[in-house]
Design a protein around this ligand. Sequence first.
Ligand SMILES: [Zn+2]
Length: 127
Amino acid sequence: MSDGVIYVKKTVDDNPGGRAICDFCAEPDPIATFPASNFAVSIVTSKGSYTQEYNDDGWAACSWCELLIKAKDVPRLVERYFVIHPLAANLLPHRRAFLRGLVSTQFELFFEHWTGEVLPPGPAVTP
Ligand SMILES: [Zn+2]
């Protein structure tokens, strides 16, 4: 897939330098982990369909996203994504609309799969 606009959840190991980022908005140095069971999202585009899978490693969150998660505020999480996340920058309107739908779905599914626990950040963000 070459659109390059589909990934929300990242692992710390995928980032240059291994610096952890928030899985919701990509801010560096998350402060909490939200454990969630694995799930998948089916994605249909004009170029085909595929499935994006999310593992059960837990979702890292920055302090702002932690507050929004605890409030279960999906609309504001999505808004924050579109203000901060690099993947949402400089998109053509149709791609922006596509990504907005995808991110909304991902965040709603996260809440369906979140265990309700809030844990410290993963080992990669511990100095
Ligand atoms: Zn965040």
